[in-house]
Design a protein around this ligand. Structure first.
Ligand SMILES: N[C@@H](CCC(=O)N[C@@H](CS)C(=O)NCC(=O)O)C(=O)O
Length: 215
């Protein structure tokens, strides 16, 4: 599985992998990719566990073999080595606001979708949380998670009446996480934002029109 030169392990249907794929497309760079099939549990092979002991994708492996997991950390590294176009903010204030909004998009949006999906899908029984340990599903969490997603849509709509993009004036990693969250909820739960959310619609049309959204 391992090879020299920077490369990335990912899975085609994985929304966390998609966040990184979009980020890479926005940077206009090309990183060799190794696809894992999560359905046949390739993430649990001994070879992959030696690379990412949490058995999750994506993982970025550097030329020297250093393995970087966690989407924001992978993107942060890519921002450091490919600074243009800026996706984490430019000034100290912008960088901090991007980090704040990225965390909010992930914790209030993306994590809620993940919880609803993983606690409801029959195929994920005993796998309610990703990672090396097995956890039973808690069906009562599904309704609460769906309510969290609806609240996320409401809060995102309000935010997008204040600023053109999630973190302010510029497109950033926070928009990538927000768009991935919206598409993930639509695809996996048939839960879209409401028609009354006009600010989301205005923003979504713009981010969806970027070539990176097809990643
Ligand atoms: N916090 C991790 C989450 C990674 C994660 O949960 N990835 C999912 C795919 S979207 C996974 O690897 N699932 C493997 C499994 O279900 O066993 C990150 O930011 O990379």
């Amino acid at each position: 599985m391992s090879q020299a030169k920077m490369h990335i392990y990912q899975a085609v249907g994985s929304p966390n992998s998609r966040r990184v794929r979009i980020f890479i497309a926005e940077k206009g760079i090309d990183i060799p990719t190794i696809n894992l099939d999560l359905g046949t549990k390739q993430q649990f092979s001994d070879t992959y566990k030696a690379i990412n002991p949490r058995s999750v994708v994506p993982t970025l492996v550097l030329d020297d073999g250093t393995a970087i997991g966690e989407v924001p950390a992978i993107c942060r590294y890519l921002e450091e080595i490919y600074p243009e176009p800026v996706l984490f903010g430019s000034s100290s204030k912008e960088k901090t606001l991007v980090m704040m909004w990225e965390r909010r998009m992930e914790q209030e949006g993306f994590a809620a979708v993940m919880d609803a999906v993983r606690n409801s899908l029959a195929g994920l029984k005993g796998r309610a949380l990703t990672g090396p340990y097995d956890y039973d599903q808690i069906p009562a969490l599904v309704d609460r998670s769906k309510q969290r997603i609806i609240n996320f849509h409401t809060d995102l709509d309000k935010r997008l009446t204040e600023a053109p993009f999630a973190a302010g004036e510029q497109f950033s990693i926070a928009d990538i996480t927000a768009m991935t969250t919206i598409d993930f909820a639509k695809r996996a739960l048939n839960l879209d934002f409401d028609k009354k959310h006009k600010a989301i619609k205005r923003w979504y049309d713009i981010v969806e029109a970027r070539p990176s959204s097809s990643m």
